[in-house]
Ligand binder design. Structure first.
Ligand code: BG6
Length: 492
């Protein structure tokens, strides 16, 4: 629960009528408003190229809330009060002179309070928006900018964007958002690892056999075909969300929870990721695209036949990768990363699989399995430790079987609604807390590792594997793990 009132501020959302803003950002601000975390003077300004009136924009926002905020949390009075905070301004990101509209909308008292510019647009506009703001004197020491992933499409383009943003804003006022870092269980990972003496001594290659990180989605591209096709699963999910999860699992103990300390440990991990040579990519980075199939009980088209699709696309909608971290703690421990669209169900999970006992003293018939710590991020959050236990009762010899130790939080009551990731993160930006945001060095190190994979795929010009919508991906993803005698954890 967030239990604080943030200081007054202006929040300007570029791309304010886009999918992310309507689906996630405005609902998150609505919750912050509803739960009393926004000061009375906080204003929200939607901005985009479209010529919309304030009424048109409010209409869009309201429809979004009706769709994405459960009815229990909506009522007319709260909406009316929230709507009073909202205004709209047309700004063309590519035309510096149109920022005058924004200056006017922000008004003469603009400099008295913090302004947060949230760039919910394609990253190719980040540079021009920031430079447009600067040229129109809209960047003050108390102005902050939030930029969405993926920043660029590779290392080189991300540097160009980061340089342009850096010409307008100081690094400490740049908030690179990765909404996975705002998820409750992701933050809990830090507590699990560093508030308990139990795990840290065994959190090394001496005791851990492998780590698996899966982010499975049952949805397809949800009407975002052209964005997704330029991106693909590697850029859309792995470069940011999955690598951030990997960092939190693999990092060393930070000296404290300050942003610099936490980021420094994450950067060390990213820099230790072994870059793949082109010939290693086919072996260790499986990409695939879905064909028509059945997902969530419905027949669904293949990726190329989705709305807006093109028949010649070779964009991957699934990846399974073996990542290796070359440092003292993790040498020899594979980190398997897997993500895809149109898989049989939606869940995100981190599995830490420990090594087998060195020698079994139990009867062969015992189903002796290695210990696993399974951290489930969504849809429900849970932490479970799989352990071996004696089969109760009289039996010949001592048989053991796996049991689960549940470390999950007790059930929340409706009053204890767990904040959505974006709520936590927007609140942190307003408060000036950047611990859960990503530093430029992290983005760049992550791109360098991904670039090696992208180059490998390109140089071999091998088409992606295919998988049926509603399946767990191509056979090659199972072989990736099986060739070292391992298998994906089956949690269903
Ligand atoms: C976004 C990706 O960053 O994360 C989407 O662009 C993806 O393609 C989404 O669907 C998944 O987020 P979550 O929070 O629903 O797991």
């Amino acid at each position: 629960m967030i239990n604080k009132l943030a200081a007054p501020c202006n929040i300007v959302v570029f791309g304010g009528n886009g999918d992310l803003a309507i689906r996630k950002l405005l609902p998150a601000m609505y919750y912050l408003h509803r739960d009393g975390h926004l000061s009375d003077c906080t204003r929200i300004l939607g901005a985009s190229r479209s010529n919309l009136s304030r009424e048109d924009y409010l209409d869009l926002v309201r429809k979004g809330l009706d769709q994405f905020v459960p009815e229990t949390y909506r009522d007319e009075e709260t909406w009316q009060a929230f709507a009073k905070r909202i205004d709209y301004v047309a700004v063309d990101a590519t035309d510096e002179s149109s920022f005058a509209n924004l200056a006017q909308a922000l008004g003469s008292e603009f400099s008295d309070q913090t302004t947060v510019y949230y760039l919910s647009t394609s990253s190719r506009f980040f540079g021009s928006i920031c430079l447009g703001l600067k040229a129109n004197n809209l960047v003050l020491p108390n102005s902050r900018v939030v930029i969405e992933k993926p920043i660029g499409t590779d290392y080189a383009s991300s540097c160009v964007i980061n340089d342009a943003v850096g010409q307008a804003f100081e690094e400490n006022n740049i908030y690179r958002i990765d909404h996975y870092l705002g998820k409750e269980t992701v933050q809990n990972l830090l507590a699990l690892r560093f508030a308990n003496a139990l795990f840290e001594p065994v959190w090394t290659n001496a005791h851990i056999d492998n780590v698996q990180i899966t982010v499975a989605e049952s949805v397809g591209v949800e009407g975002r075909w052209s964005y997704y096709d330029d991106s693909g699963a590697l850029r859309d999910m792995v470069q940011n969300h999955l690598l951030q999860l990997l960092c939190l699992v693999a990092m060393g103990v930070p000296v404290n929870l300050d942003e610099d300390a936490v980021r420094a440990e994450k950067i060390k991990v990213l820099k230790s990721l072994k870059l793949m040579k082109p010939e290693e990519v086919t072996e260790n980075a499986i990409r695939a695209q879905y064909n028509a199939g059945v997902a969530e009980g419905k027949e669904v088209p293949g990726y190329k036949d989705e709305e807006g699709g093109r028949p010649d696309s070779s964009t991957e909608t699934f990846v399974a990768i073996r990542a290796d971290i070359h440092n003292w703690r993790w040498r020899g421990v594979p980190f398997y990363l897997r993500t895809g669209k149109r898989l049989p169900s939606r869940f995100s999970e981190i599995v830490i699989e420990f090594k087998d006992v060195p020698h079994s003293i139990f009867p062969r018939s015992s189903n002796l399995m290695s210990n696993k710590l399974v951290i489930r991020l969504q849809p429900e959050e849970s932490i479970q430790l799989f352990m071996m236990n004696k089969v109760p009762g009289l039996s010949e010899g001592m048989k053991v079987h796996p049991v689960t130790l549940d470390l999950s939080q007790p059930d929340h009551t409706p009053q204890d609604r767990v904040p959505e990731a974006y709520e936590r993160l927007i609140f942190d930006v307003i408060c000036g807390n950047s611990t859960l945001f990503v530093h430029r060095n992290e983005v760049e190190a992550a791109w360098k590792w991904c670039d090696a994979i992208l180059e490998g795929w390109q140089s071999q010009s091998i088409p992606p594997h295919t998988y049926m919508a509603g399946s767990w991906g191509p056979q090659a993803a199972f072989e990736l793990v099986a060739k070292s005698g391992r298998s994906w954890h089956e949690s269903q």
